[in-house]
Design a protein around this ligand. Structure first.
Ligand code: 13P
Length: 253
């Protein structure tokens, strides 16, 4: 049985007081423990502040990205060990904005995935196709390639301590959402691909959907058998909306 997980990716938003207020509002309304795991992914510079506010609560902390290297002359980077030290348990890896805007290749993504696990962080591996890839009928091939890059660099066993997030690029921040059927088809294909290597790991693998998930469409997406939660951008910046999605996820538990 997979406990639903809802993670808020705050991206490059907020300020020190605004983000403290946002996390306090989330803490005030989280669903009963055990029904739905709730996680926030603030910008790096606020992680320590937010970690302090989360102490003793059930809300989990994740980073939005991580360095591929453990240490050294890599100006501007933040290592997985540093994130773990601050209280992060998870980190996003290969978000489409990292891939498309910052040129992260499948190889870099695989390297970051391994670096995260080596420091004890659980990677949330983001995969997903662009609109032109979907229109060209390449959705599955793209997602397979992104997944294979990580599996080839480590092994299927690495997915026993990882989360996958399917985020169709065309649905991110656009107000367009994959239909529950479109999302389910990709989620189910991801699970089958993993199952071909290890059925038990596939059965336990949490696969999140991300891309304009909102209170109004969350319940029908989360009702699909292979959608185990959400990775929420815009709606995670409004505590009430984020909590409504968490409540929808808790309702499917
Ligand atoms: P939106 O929910 O704003 O579409 O963003 C999704 C996303 O990229 C989460 O990582």
């Amino acid at each position: 049985m997979r406990t639903p997980l809802v993670a808020g990716n705050w991206k490059l938003n907020g300020s020190r007081p605004a983000n403290a207020q946002l996390v306090d509002a989330v803490l005030a309304g989280v669903p009963a423990a055990g029904k739905c795991r709730v996680m926030v992914c603030p910008p790096y510079v606020y992680l320590a502040d937010i970690a302090q506010r989360l102490q003793g609560t059930s809300v989990e902390l994740a980073a939005q990205d991580v360095a591929e290297q453990p240490d050294g002359a890599f100006t501007g980077e933040v290592s997985a060990a540093m994130l773990a030290e601050l209280g992060c348990t998870h980190t996003l890896i290969g978000h489409s904005e990292r891939r498309t805007l910052f040129g992260e290749t499948d190889n870099v993504t695989a390297g970051k995935f391994i670096a995260a696990q080596e420091a004890g962080l659980i990677p949330i591996l983001c995969v997903g196709e662009t609109l032109s890839e979907r229109e060209a009928g390449q959705t599955q091939a793209v997602v397979d390639r992104q997944l294979a890059a990580v599996l080839d660099a480590s092994s299927v066993h690495a997915l026993a301590t990882a989360v996958v997030a399917y985020e169709p690029v065309w649905a991110i921040g656009t107000g367009l959402t994959a239909t529950p059927e479109q999302a389910q088809a990709v989620h189910s294909a991801i699970r089958s691909r993993v199952a071909a290597a290890d059925a038990k790991i596939a059965e336990n693998l949490i696969i999140l959907y991300g891309g304009s998930m909102k209170p109004g469409n969350a319940a029908e997406l989360l009702a699909m058998p292979d959608i185990d939660g959400g990775l929420i951008g815009g709606a995670s910046l409004v505590a009430e909306d984020f909590l409504a999605i968490c409540a929808a996820a808790a309702g499917t538990a």
